[in-house]
Design a protein around this ligand. Structure first.
Ligand code: HXC
Length: 265
Protein backbone atom coordinates (compact mmCIF):
# COMPACT_ATOMS: atom_id res chain seq x y z
CA UNK A 1 0.00 0.00 0.00
CA UNK A 2 1.52 3.30 -1.05
CA UNK A 3 0.91 6.75 -2.42
CA UNK A 4 3.80 7.71 -4.68
CA UNK A 5 4.62 11.32 -5.43
CA UNK A 6 6.70 12.18 -8.45
CA UNK A 7 7.61 15.73 -9.35
CA UNK A 8 8.71 16.91 -12.73
CA UNK A 9 9.30 20.63 -13.02
CA UNK A 10 6.02 22.21 -11.84
CA UNK A 11 3.85 19.09 -12.06
CA UNK A 12 3.35 16.60 -9.22
CA UNK A 13 1.96 13.18 -10.10
CA UNK A 14 0.37 11.32 -7.19
CA UNK A 15 -0.16 7.60 -7.79
CA UNK A 16 -2.45 5.39 -5.70
CA UNK A 17 -0.89 1.96 -5.40
CA UNK A 18 -2.68 -0.71 -3.41
CA UNK A 19 -4.35 -4.11 -3.24
CA UNK A 20 -4.09 -6.47 -6.21
CA UNK A 21 -3.77 -3.75 -8.83
CA UNK A 22 -7.24 -2.42 -8.07
CA UNK A 23 -6.02 0.37 -5.79
CA UNK A 24 -8.68 -0.24 -3.16
CA UNK A 25 -8.88 2.69 -0.77
CA UNK A 26 -8.41 1.42 2.76
CA UNK A 27 -8.15 3.90 5.66
CA UNK A 28 -4.34 3.74 5.69
CA UNK A 29 -4.22 4.51 1.99
CA UNK A 30 -6.49 7.52 2.48
CA UNK A 31 -4.25 8.71 5.31
CA UNK A 32 -1.20 8.50 3.04
CA UNK A 33 -3.03 10.41 0.31
CA UNK A 34 -4.12 13.10 2.74
CA UNK A 35 -0.54 13.52 4.00
CA UNK A 36 0.76 13.77 0.43
CA UNK A 37 -1.85 16.39 -0.49
CA UNK A 38 -1.11 18.43 2.63
CA UNK A 39 2.61 18.41 1.84
CA UNK A 40 2.10 19.37 -1.79
CA UNK A 41 -0.33 22.19 -1.06
CA UNK A 42 2.39 23.98 0.95
CA UNK A 43 4.81 23.83 -1.96
CA UNK A 44 4.08 26.65 -4.42
CA UNK A 45 6.48 25.16 -6.98
CA UNK A 46 3.76 22.57 -7.61
CA UNK A 47 1.51 24.36 -10.10
CA UNK A 48 -0.61 21.39 -11.16
CA UNK A 49 -1.32 17.99 -9.64
CA UNK A 50 -2.18 14.76 -11.45
CA UNK A 51 -3.87 11.95 -9.49
CA UNK A 52 -3.77 8.48 -11.01
CA UNK A 53 -3.72 4.79 -10.13
CA UNK A 54 -0.86 2.32 -10.44
CA UNK A 55 -1.11 -0.40 -13.08
CA UNK A 56 -3.51 -0.71 -15.95
CA UNK A 57 -6.72 -1.95 -14.30
CA UNK A 58 -7.89 0.75 -11.97
CA UNK A 59 -7.70 4.34 -10.89
CA UNK A 60 -9.29 3.08 -7.67
CA UNK A 61 -11.94 0.37 -7.20
CA UNK A 62 -13.48 2.16 -4.24
CA UNK A 63 -13.39 2.02 -0.50
CA UNK A 64 -12.28 -1.25 1.04
CA UNK A 65 -15.45 -3.35 1.34
CA UNK A 66 -13.72 -5.77 3.74
CA UNK A 67 -12.87 -2.86 6.02
CA UNK A 68 -16.42 -1.47 5.82
CA UNK A 69 -18.32 -4.73 6.23
CA UNK A 70 -18.58 -4.63 10.04
CA UNK A 71 -18.63 -0.90 10.72
CA UNK A 72 -20.97 0.47 13.36
CA UNK A 73 -22.85 3.73 12.78
CA UNK A 74 -20.22 5.93 14.53
CA UNK A 75 -17.46 4.13 12.64
CA UNK A 76 -19.40 4.65 9.40
CA UNK A 77 -19.57 8.35 10.14
CA UNK A 78 -15.82 8.50 10.75
CA UNK A 79 -15.26 6.56 7.51
CA UNK A 80 -17.41 9.02 5.55
CA UNK A 81 -15.62 11.97 7.17
CA UNK A 82 -12.19 10.59 6.34
CA UNK A 83 -13.20 10.26 2.68
CA UNK A 84 -14.67 13.75 2.78
CA UNK A 85 -11.41 15.12 4.19
CA UNK A 86 -9.47 13.61 1.29
CA UNK A 87 -11.96 14.71 -1.38
CA UNK A 88 -12.11 18.19 0.14
CA UNK A 89 -8.29 18.35 0.15
CA UNK A 90 -8.38 17.61 -3.58
CA UNK A 91 -11.21 20.01 -4.33
CA UNK A 92 -9.63 22.73 -2.19
CA UNK A 93 -6.11 22.12 -3.46
CA UNK A 94 -4.96 25.65 -4.27
CA UNK A 95 -3.74 24.77 -7.75
CA UNK A 96 -5.48 22.74 -10.49
CA UNK A 97 -5.90 18.98 -10.17
CA UNK A 98 -6.32 16.44 -12.96
CA UNK A 99 -7.59 12.88 -12.43
CA UNK A 100 -5.94 10.54 -14.95
CA UNK A 101 -8.38 7.63 -14.85
CA UNK A 102 -6.55 4.53 -16.03
CA UNK A 103 -9.31 1.94 -15.55
CA UNK A 104 -12.04 1.46 -12.95
CA UNK A 105 -13.06 4.48 -10.90
CA UNK A 106 -15.73 2.99 -8.67
CA UNK A 107 -17.44 4.24 -5.53
CA UNK A 108 -14.84 6.09 -3.49
CA UNK A 109 -12.52 5.99 -6.51
CA UNK A 110 -15.10 7.84 -8.57
CA UNK A 111 -15.61 10.26 -5.69
CA UNK A 112 -11.91 11.18 -5.59
CA UNK A 113 -11.91 11.67 -9.37
CA UNK A 114 -15.01 13.87 -9.08
CA UNK A 115 -13.19 16.05 -6.54
CA UNK A 116 -10.51 16.88 -9.13
CA UNK A 117 -10.91 19.84 -11.47
CA UNK A 118 -10.48 17.87 -14.70
CA UNK A 119 -10.91 14.17 -15.57
CA UNK A 120 -8.99 12.50 -18.41
CA UNK A 121 -9.48 8.78 -18.97
CA UNK A 122 -8.45 5.78 -21.01
CA UNK A 123 -10.75 4.15 -23.54
CA UNK A 124 -11.08 1.19 -21.11
CA UNK A 125 -11.97 3.36 -18.12
CA UNK A 126 -15.29 2.84 -16.36
CA UNK A 127 -16.79 5.02 -13.68
CA UNK A 128 -19.64 4.25 -11.30
CA UNK A 129 -21.22 4.91 -7.93
CA UNK A 130 -22.18 1.28 -7.17
CA UNK A 131 -22.76 1.80 -3.46
CA UNK A 132 -26.51 1.07 -3.51
CA UNK A 133 -25.66 -2.44 -4.69
CA UNK A 134 -23.78 -2.84 -1.39
CA UNK A 135 -26.61 -1.52 0.75
CA UNK A 136 -25.16 1.94 1.30
CA UNK A 137 -25.51 5.28 -0.47
CA UNK A 138 -22.39 7.05 -1.78
CA UNK A 139 -20.49 8.41 1.23
CA UNK A 140 -17.43 10.33 0.02
CA UNK A 141 -19.17 13.17 -1.80
CA UNK A 142 -20.68 11.40 -4.82
CA UNK A 143 -24.23 12.55 -4.14
CA UNK A 144 -23.06 16.15 -4.24
CA UNK A 145 -20.25 16.27 -6.80
CA UNK A 146 -21.78 13.97 -9.44
CA UNK A 147 -25.09 15.85 -9.19
CA UNK A 148 -23.31 19.18 -9.59
CA UNK A 149 -21.22 17.94 -12.49
CA UNK A 150 -23.85 16.30 -14.69
CA UNK A 151 -27.14 17.52 -13.21
CA UNK A 152 -29.72 15.78 -11.03
CA UNK A 153 -31.39 13.68 -13.76
CA UNK A 154 -28.32 11.83 -15.02
CA UNK A 155 -26.77 11.67 -11.54
CA UNK A 156 -29.98 10.11 -10.20
CA UNK A 157 -29.92 7.47 -12.91
CA UNK A 158 -26.29 6.56 -12.26
CA UNK A 159 -26.51 6.63 -8.45
CA UNK A 160 -29.84 4.76 -8.22
CA UNK A 161 -28.76 2.02 -10.64
CA UNK A 162 -25.09 1.89 -9.64
CA UNK A 163 -24.31 0.88 -13.20
CA UNK A 164 -20.84 1.22 -14.68
CA UNK A 165 -20.47 3.94 -17.28
CA UNK A 166 -17.99 3.30 -20.08
CA UNK A 167 -15.60 5.97 -21.30
CA UNK A 168 -17.59 7.10 -24.35
CA UNK A 169 -20.76 7.66 -22.33
CA UNK A 170 -18.84 9.34 -19.52
CA UNK A 171 -17.38 11.70 -22.10
CA UNK A 172 -20.84 12.51 -23.51
CA UNK A 173 -22.22 13.10 -20.01
CA UNK A 174 -19.40 15.51 -19.21
CA UNK A 175 -17.88 13.33 -16.49
CA UNK A 176 -14.69 12.90 -18.52
CA UNK A 177 -13.12 15.88 -20.26
CA UNK A 178 -11.29 13.66 -22.77
CA UNK A 179 -10.56 9.99 -23.49
CA UNK A 180 -7.25 8.61 -24.82
CA UNK A 181 -5.72 5.24 -25.68
CA UNK A 182 -4.16 3.83 -22.50
CA UNK A 183 -0.59 4.34 -23.64
CA UNK A 184 -1.20 8.06 -24.16
CA UNK A 185 -3.11 8.92 -20.98
CA UNK A 186 -0.20 10.04 -18.80
CA UNK A 187 1.48 11.86 -21.66
CA UNK A 188 -1.72 13.80 -22.38
CA UNK A 189 -2.32 14.49 -18.69
CA UNK A 190 1.24 15.77 -18.34
CA UNK A 191 0.93 17.96 -21.45
CA UNK A 192 -2.24 19.49 -20.07
CA UNK A 193 -0.65 19.99 -16.64
CA UNK A 194 2.38 21.65 -18.22
CA UNK A 195 0.16 23.91 -20.30
CA UNK A 196 -1.57 25.03 -17.10
CA UNK A 197 1.75 25.31 -15.25
CA UNK A 198 3.14 27.67 -17.91
CA UNK A 199 0.48 30.25 -17.04
CA UNK A 200 0.57 32.69 -14.16
CA UNK A 201 0.28 30.48 -11.06
CA UNK A 202 -1.32 33.19 -8.96
CA UNK A 203 -3.86 33.99 -11.70
CA UNK A 204 -4.73 30.31 -12.12
CA UNK A 205 -5.14 29.92 -8.33
CA UNK A 206 -7.30 33.04 -8.21
CA UNK A 207 -9.49 31.66 -10.99
CA UNK A 208 -9.85 28.38 -9.10
CA UNK A 209 -10.86 30.20 -5.91
CA UNK A 210 -13.53 32.21 -7.71
CA UNK A 211 -14.79 29.18 -9.66
CA UNK A 212 -15.20 27.26 -6.39
CA UNK A 213 -17.95 29.70 -5.42
CA UNK A 214 -19.79 29.00 -8.68
CA UNK A 215 -19.51 25.29 -7.92
CA UNK A 216 -20.82 25.97 -4.40
CA UNK A 217 -23.85 27.76 -5.86
CA UNK A 218 -22.85 31.20 -4.57
CA UNK A 219 -22.75 33.36 -7.72
CA UNK A 220 -22.96 36.72 -5.91
CA UNK A 221 -20.07 35.88 -3.59
CA UNK A 222 -18.32 34.42 -6.63
CA UNK A 223 -18.56 37.66 -8.60
CA UNK A 224 -17.41 39.71 -5.58
CA UNK A 225 -14.46 37.35 -5.09
CA UNK A 226 -13.67 37.38 -8.79
CA UNK A 227 -13.56 41.18 -8.84
CA UNK A 228 -11.40 41.36 -5.69
CA UNK A 229 -8.94 38.73 -6.93
CA UNK A 230 -8.82 40.34 -10.39
CA UNK A 231 -8.03 43.72 -8.82
CA UNK A 232 -5.46 42.28 -6.41
CA UNK A 233 -3.48 40.92 -9.32
CA UNK A 234 -2.62 44.40 -10.63
CA UNK A 235 0.86 45.54 -9.71
CA UNK A 236 2.05 41.98 -9.09
CA UNK A 237 5.10 40.66 -10.91
CA UNK A 238 2.94 38.10 -12.72
CA UNK A 239 0.44 40.65 -14.05
CA UNK A 240 3.29 42.92 -15.17
CA UNK A 241 5.15 40.04 -16.82
CA UNK A 242 2.03 38.70 -18.58
CA UNK A 243 1.04 42.01 -20.08
CA UNK A 244 4.57 43.25 -20.81
CA UNK A 245 5.36 39.99 -22.62
CA UNK A 246 2.23 40.39 -24.74
CA UNK A 247 3.12 43.96 -25.66
CA UNK A 248 6.73 42.96 -26.39
CA UNK A 249 5.47 40.05 -28.56
CA UNK A 250 7.24 37.36 -26.51
CA UNK A 251 6.16 34.46 -24.34
CA UNK A 252 5.70 35.34 -20.67
CA UNK A 253 7.92 33.67 -18.09
CA UNK A 254 6.18 33.28 -14.76
CA UNK A 255 8.70 32.51 -12.07
CA UNK A 256 6.04 32.15 -9.37
CA UNK A 257 6.68 31.99 -5.66
CA UNK A 258 9.74 30.20 -4.38
CA UNK A 259 9.01 26.86 -2.69
CA UNK A 260 9.19 26.73 1.04
CA UNK A 261 12.07 24.27 1.66
CA UNK A 262 10.39 23.06 4.86
CA UNK A 263 7.31 22.05 2.88
CA UNK A 264 9.15 19.87 0.40
CA UNK A 265 8.80 16.19 1.09
C1 HXC B 1 -12.36 -4.74 -1.15
C2 HXC B 1 -12.12 -5.49 -3.28
C3 HXC B 1 -12.72 -4.32 -3.81
C4 HXC B 1 -13.14 -3.33 -2.87
C5 HXC B 1 -12.18 -5.58 -5.45
N1 HXC B 1 -11.81 -6.24 -4.35
N2 HXC B 1 -12.75 -4.41 -5.15
N3 HXC B 1 -11.94 -5.69 -1.98
N4 HXC B 1 -12.93 -3.58 -1.55
N5 HXC B 1 -13.69 -2.17 -3.25
C6 HXC B 1 -11.15 -7.53 -4.26
C7 HXC B 1 -12.07 -8.67 -4.64
O1 HXC B 1 -12.87 -9.04 -3.53
C8 HXC B 1 -11.04 -9.72 -4.99
O2 HXC B 1 -10.52 -10.27 -3.81
C9 HXC B 1 -9.94 -8.93 -5.65
O3 HXC B 1 -10.09 -7.58 -5.20
C10 HXC B 1 -10.04 -8.94 -7.16
O4 HXC B 1 -11.36 -8.56 -7.51
P1 HXC B 1 -12.20 -9.32 -8.64
O5 HXC B 1 -13.62 -8.95 -8.45
O6 HXC B 1 -11.88 -10.76 -8.65
O7 HXC B 1 -11.59 -8.66 -9.93
P2 HXC B 1 -12.30 -8.35 -11.33
O8 HXC B 1 -13.16 -9.51 -11.75
O9 HXC B 1 -11.21 -7.87 -12.24
O10 HXC B 1 -13.30 -7.14 -11.03
C11 HXC B 1 -12.78 -5.88 -10.66
C12 HXC B 1 -13.94 -5.00 -10.11
C13 HXC B 1 -14.69 -5.76 -8.99
C14 HXC B 1 -14.89 -4.64 -11.24
C15 HXC B 1 -13.25 -3.72 -9.61
O11 HXC B 1 -13.75 -6.30 -8.06
C16 HXC B 1 -15.65 -4.90 -8.25
O12 HXC B 1 -16.77 -4.64 -8.70
N6 HXC B 1 -15.24 -4.47 -7.06
C17 HXC B 1 -16.10 -3.71 -6.16
C18 HXC B 1 -16.19 -2.29 -6.62
C19 HXC B 1 -17.08 -1.46 -5.72
O13 HXC B 1 -18.24 -1.88 -5.42
N7 HXC B 1 -16.60 -0.31 -5.29
C20 HXC B 1 -17.32 0.55 -4.38
C21 HXC B 1 -17.03 0.21 -2.96
S1 HXC B 1 -18.04 1.15 -1.89
P3 HXC B 1 -10.12 -11.82 -3.67
O14 HXC B 1 -9.73 -11.98 -2.24
O15 HXC B 1 -11.31 -12.61 -4.07
O16 HXC B 1 -8.96 -11.98 -4.64
C22 HXC B 1 -17.30 2.65 -1.81
C23 HXC B 1 -17.95 3.61 -0.84
C24 HXC B 1 -17.22 4.88 -0.64
O17 HXC B 1 -16.34 2.96 -2.44
C25 HXC B 1 -17.83 5.68 0.48
C26 HXC B 1 -17.57 5.11 1.83
C27 HXC B 1 -18.09 5.96 2.97
Amino acid sequence: MAVDVLRHRHVATVTLDAAAGLNVLARDQLGLLLDALRGLREDPSVRCLILTGAGTKAFAAGADIREMADLTEPEGLAYARLGHAVANALEGFPRPTIAAINGYALGGGSELALACDIRLATEEAQIAQPEVMLGIPPGWGGTQRLTRLIGPGFAAELIYTGRRVKAGEALRLGIFNAVYPADRLMEEATLLAEQIAANSPSAVSAAKRAMALAVAGQPDAGLATEAALFAAQFGTAEQREGMTAFLEKRKPVFTGAEPDPKAIR
